[in-house]
Structures are given as C-alpha cells and as structure tokens.
Design a protein around this ligand. Structure first.
Ligand code: ADP
Ligand code: MG
Length: 615
C-alpha cells in the first residue's frame, strides 16, 4: 500500500490549533488585553464592533515591538516571555505559550501597529489567514494597536456557531472585567459600536470594583486580608445579605490571573455557611498570592484553571480568613434571617410584621389573594401609595382581608372545564383539596386523585398570562406615587434597555433608564412592588446566560424567566380558597399539563393503581 500520511500544511495546522485558543470574540479580547498588560501598559483601550464579530481592537501604551518582533510575534510558539521549561514555574506574565497571535492571525484579518520607545518610527503589518500581506513603516505613538477583523472569516462553520450579539458581548464584558479587576492600577476603556461602555481611570481595587459594578457596591464590600508564609489573601467579599441567586460577582485571582476553582469557591461558600440560605451564592473579589513555584497553570489551554501544590492548606486558610473578615465586620449579628427569606420569596414579606418579629403573623397570605385584580382590574382594594416598608405591609394585609371577604365575587373562569373532572361536592365545601409538604396540592378525582405541583402550576398560569400581555400589549400598570429608584451596573442597565419595550408591554413604566439608574414609575398589576428588584435581577441574569435575538423566542424567554421568578414557591402554605383558585386557573390555561420549561405540572393516581398496591 502506498504511504498515506502527510504533514498538514502550516495554515491548516494553524487553523486547527486556533480552535483551542480562540473560541469566540471574547477569547481574542482576553489574549489582546493580557498582551497589553504583559507589555507593561498603563492605559489600555478596547474597541469592539458587533459583539467582536466584526472588530476587536486593543490599543496600549506599553513597550511596543521592534520591526522583527512585530513579524515574529505571529509565528507559532514565538514568545518573549519564557525561554525554557523551568520558566514555566516562575511565571510573572499572563502569556507564555506564544500561540495567541499566531492563532488569531490564522482565522481573521489582523492589523498591527507598533512602536518601541527608542525607535523613531513604528511598523504597520497586515496579515490575513496567517499570510503577511504588507509591512510598512508607520508614524505611530509608542505602544501597540492590534485590530482583529472578521473573526472566523475563513471558517464559516465556526462563525455560524457564534451566539447572538448580546451573548457574545456578555462574554467580552466578562473577560474585560477579569483583566480590569486584576489590574486596577491600569486605566481601561471599552467602547462598543462607538459608545462608551467602561471608562476606568487608574485607581485602587475598591474604586475599580465600584466603577465596574455600580456605586451601590461600595457599601456592600467587606475587606479581606491575610498574610502567611505560603499565602497572601487580599480583596473583598460581599456582605451576606447581598448574595445572589445567580452566581454573580465571583472572582478569584491567583498571582493576578483570573482562575475558576470550584474547590476554592467551596472554601469561601463554607465561610458563609449559616449566614445565607442554601440557594444564595456569595459574591467575592479575592486575590491570592502564592509562590509561582507552587502552582501549575499549564493544565488548561485557556488557562483559567490552576493546580496548587498545597491545596488543603490554601482551602483552610481561605475559609478561615473569609470567616474572620465576616465576623470582624459584625456581619453575623446584623443579619436578619427573616428578611433573607423575604428576599427569596416576596410573598413571605407579609409574614413579617415590622412591629412583632413573629413569623406566624400572617401565615395565610399569598399572592392568589391578589388574583381578583387580574380578572377585575378595578379591584376593591386600592393599594395605598406607600411611603415606607411598614405601610407596604399594612397595605398587603388590607389587601388580603379585602380580597378574602370578596372571594365570593371571584369568577373562576374554568368552572365548566374542571367541573366534570373533579368530584362533585356540595356547594358549601367546594372542592376537597389539601396540601402536601407545602409543595403539592392533592385533589380527589372521580376515579382517583390528582397531585399538582404548586410552583410549576403557578408558573404555567403566569406564563400564559404574561405571554398574552407581552404579545397583545394591553397589560395594565399600577402607577407608583413614589417611583422606585433601582441601581444596577451600567451593562445591566443596557440589558434592561434592550428589553424595555417588552417590559413596557407587560406593564412596566420606566421614567428613567440610564447609566446605573433604573427608575420605575409603574409596574404590572401582577407584580408586587417588593418583588421588582428580584425580578429584574433574574431577568438580567437569564439574558446574560442566553437570549435569542428577537421576536417571539425572546418574548418567550423573558416570560418564562418572569414566570419562574414570580411563581409561588415550594414551601408556601396555601389555604383552601387559594388551592382551589390555583386549580381553576390552571385548568383555564391552554396547556395545563406542562410547565413553561416542559416539566409535568400534575400527575394522577387511579384507584386501580392503588388497588394494585393492596393485592
Ligand atoms: P505570548 O503572550 O504567550 O507570549 P502571544 O502570541 O500572545 O504569545 O504574543 C507573542 C509575543 O508578541 C509576545 O511574547 C510579545 O513579545 C509580543 N506581543 C504581543 N502583544 C504585544 C503588545 N501588545 N505589546 C508588546 N508586545 C507584544
Ligand atoms: Mg499573549
């Protein structure tokens, strides 16, 4: 048989290798920003167009490159940062593989302008698909500008694989955050499609965090500091009450390199134990410094993982240090567990009384009592314009009382639908239902019983209601006398701006939406004022994760997210009327049997099934 093995041509090998380094525009951003830092820049500007799909450009005022280096920098394994394998264990730079520029040049149109301090004139180099197209002398300032255009132009499959612009932008901002946080002493600017996204002067770490995540962050930070023989820890954790349901601000840097470490995360999370509910995640910005000899960062191509020589000690020290900081800043005593719960489940608010801290105060309250508002917008109780939390609670109680006394007026839309399905009871007792584990509603059927998941059922109800509002655009708002002023980070406000129209269709009225401020003067009747912050946080989080660009699927995703966030939770006890109302509403839905996320909403158990158990 003839020989069949052949060496791949360079440009093919480069393209294949590029796949490891460059997964998406954000990977280019990371590599270019890190190169600028390695070049000792004090000011770095990132310019992005179309989520980096058209352009990623980084300009720095660092050391620049000579004519030859400029050309060499695009060769594979060309690096000025290590010379031998030993150097790998004494790294003080971000890069060391000499792969990034070669990889990027294999799959994009690249332009480089650079000049060192001691040369009169700089150089201008253009490369396409690993081939040098031109190199000319150029009058440029000291430092380097690298422009990466039309990423994956020669690998359409990969280009098509890229996510929507909001998702890719999110990844870029994540990378930008990581580098900007690790180097607060360097000024960073980021522009997207011509607009300023970040403009960060050289500053200290606290200022940097606040600049990035919004001015409200300042009061949330608890400083962390510890120094031992093997480990130095600096940074901040967020006070426990500002923990989030989503993994928001969680940053580990080891020797100024951002890393992901479930192990170290566990150490921090365990320091928060007892201070936060289970499904709430702590926020932190922690900088660990260890002897470079004691770590191996060479285990992952994108270099966000790390191996420590002495993992166990680092775990123990980290945990103890964070615990100590939380204790020192008196976090534990001021914590209000009750309030923490309320944060999670807005309906729980009513259970708290501002005067008597008893949980039992208002056991029965829950949102279903508000439901009359939906069917009948001129509901009898007028929400008092509230000036304080206290009066909000009062209002809720009034509301409850009013609605309870008016329950007789509520028309359950689906009586005919459910009438035949459920057992008939006399009018006085109504349907026989009970609650199991504050999670399931059990109702007898003619030949068995039905078990309904209360949370999923309510999600289905809200989903259909909200979807109708968002598409038909006729939701009703309740005006707030005192507009809600909320604070988010700038990128988060931009996300809200993007979905503003849909939110308005649902009934939100925004009086201001800019920089870090969101002012809301009206909210949908379906929503409690106290739940608005949670809801927006959840939406922003879900959108960061994934959102289809436009149209129905985006509405669908928004509505799913809202329904999940607003639906009555497991653990909330429901009284008889509430249970019945939930069932009636559920069976008035178009698709009562599945939740918006395609989980079964209820199941049935036949008497024959039961009979089998007794054989
Ligand atoms: P690495 O960073 O792993 O060395 P890169 O491919 O990212 O590999 O860069 C190759 C080389 O190009 C670097 O080692 C450095 O000498 C040079 N270089 C890249 N970017 C810059 C920059 N912004 N300023 C100065 N030199 C740079
Ligand atoms: Mg590099």
């Amino acid at each position: 048989m003839a020989d069949i093995i052949q060496l791949l041509p360079d440009h093919v090998a480069n393209q294949i290798a590029a796949g490891e380094v460059v997964q998406r525009p954000a990977s280019v951003v990371k590599e270019l920003l890190e190169n600028a830092i390695d070049a000792k820049a004090t000011s770095v500007t990132l310019v992005v167009k179309d989520a980096g799909k058209t352009l990623v450009q980084v300009t720095d005022n660092g050391m620049g490159m000579s004519l030859t280096d400029a050309r060499l920098s695009f060769e594979r394994h060309a690096t000025s940062k290590i010379k031998s394998a030993e150097d790998l264990f004494n790294l003080h730079t971000k890069g060391f593989r000499g792969e990034a520029l070669a990889s990027i040049a294999a799959i994009a149109h690249v332009e480089l302008k650079t000049k060192t301090d001691n040369s009169e004139i700089g150089t201008h180099l253009t490369i396409e698909g690993s081939k040098v197209i031109s190199q000319d002398p150029a009058v440029v300032p000291k430092g380097t500008t690298i422009s990466v255009k039309n990423l994956f132009y020669n690998i359409p499959a990969r280009r098509n694989f890229l996510k929507s612009n909001p998702v890719e932008t999110r990844h870029i901002i994540d990378e930008f955050h990581r580098v900007a946080l690790a180097h607060p002493n360097v000024a960073f600017q980021m522009l997207h499609n011509g607009g300023d996204v970040f403009n960060l002067p050289a500053e200290n770490l606290r200022q940097r965090i606040v600049h990035i995540f919004g001015s409200k962050t300042n009061e949330k930070l608890v400083p962390v500091h510890e120094e031992t023989e093997i480990l130095k820890i600096e940074g901040f954790v967020l006070k426990p009450e500002f923990g989030k349901k989503s993994r928001g601000e969680q940053f580990f840097f080891v020797n100024n390199r951002f890393i992901k470490s479930p192990y170290l995360h566990h150490a921090v999370a365990s320091a928060f134990e007892g201070l936060m509910k289970n499904n709430i995640h702590p926020g932190y910005f922690l900088f660990l410094e260890v002897d470079p000899h004691s770590i191996d960062i060479n285990i992952h191509p994108t270099k966000t993982e790390i191996k420590f020589e002495d993992e166990h000690s680092i775990y123990a020290m980290l945990r103890a240090t964070v615990k100590h900081s939380l204790g020192q800043f008196n976090i534990a005593p001021v914590l209000d567990f009750d309030r923490d719960k309320g944060f999670d489940t807005p309906y729980e608010y009513s259970k708290k009384s501002p005067t008597a801290p008893s949980i039992e105060v208002d056991r029965d309250f829950n949102p279903f009592k508000e439901k009359p508002k939906q069917g009948n917008i001129n509901f009898p109780f007028k929400r008092e314009q509230t000036q304080s939390w206290e009066s909000l609670y009062v209002g809720l109680k009034d509301e409850k009382n009013t609605t309870v006394s008016n329950l007789g007026d509520i028309e359950f839309e689906s009586e005919e639908v459910t009438g035949s399905l459920f057992e008939n009871h006399d009018a006085e007792t109504g349907q026989l239902t009970f609650q199991l584990q504050n999670k399931y509603i059990v109702s007898p059927l003619k030949n068995g019983m039905m078990i309904i998941h209360q949370n999923l059922a309510h999600q289905r109800i809200l989903y259909e209601e909200l979807l109708k509002n968002i598409t038909v655009k006729e939701a009703v708002s309740q005006q707030l006398l005192f507009p809600l002023q909320l604070h988010f980070s700038k990128p988060d406000v931009e996300i809200i701006e993007k979905i503003r129209e849909q939110l308005e269709n649902i009934g939100f009225i925004f009086s201001e939406l800019k920089d870090e401020t969101v002012e809301i003067s009206g909210i949908p009747v379906l929503i409690l004022e106290s739940h608005v912050v949670n809801l927006l946080n959840q939406l922003v989080h879900d959108i960061k994760e994934e959102v289809p660009d436009t149209g129905f699927s985006q509405n669908d995703m928004l509505v799913k997210s809202m329904a999940a966030s607003m639906a009555i939770k497991t653990g909330v006890s429901l009284n008889k009327e509430e249970r019945e109302h939930l069932i009636n509403q559920l069976f008035a839905c178009k698709e009562p049997s599945v939740s918006p996320t395609n989980k079964p909403v209820f199941t049935t158990l036949d008497v024959s099934d039961l009979d089998k158990k007794f054989m």
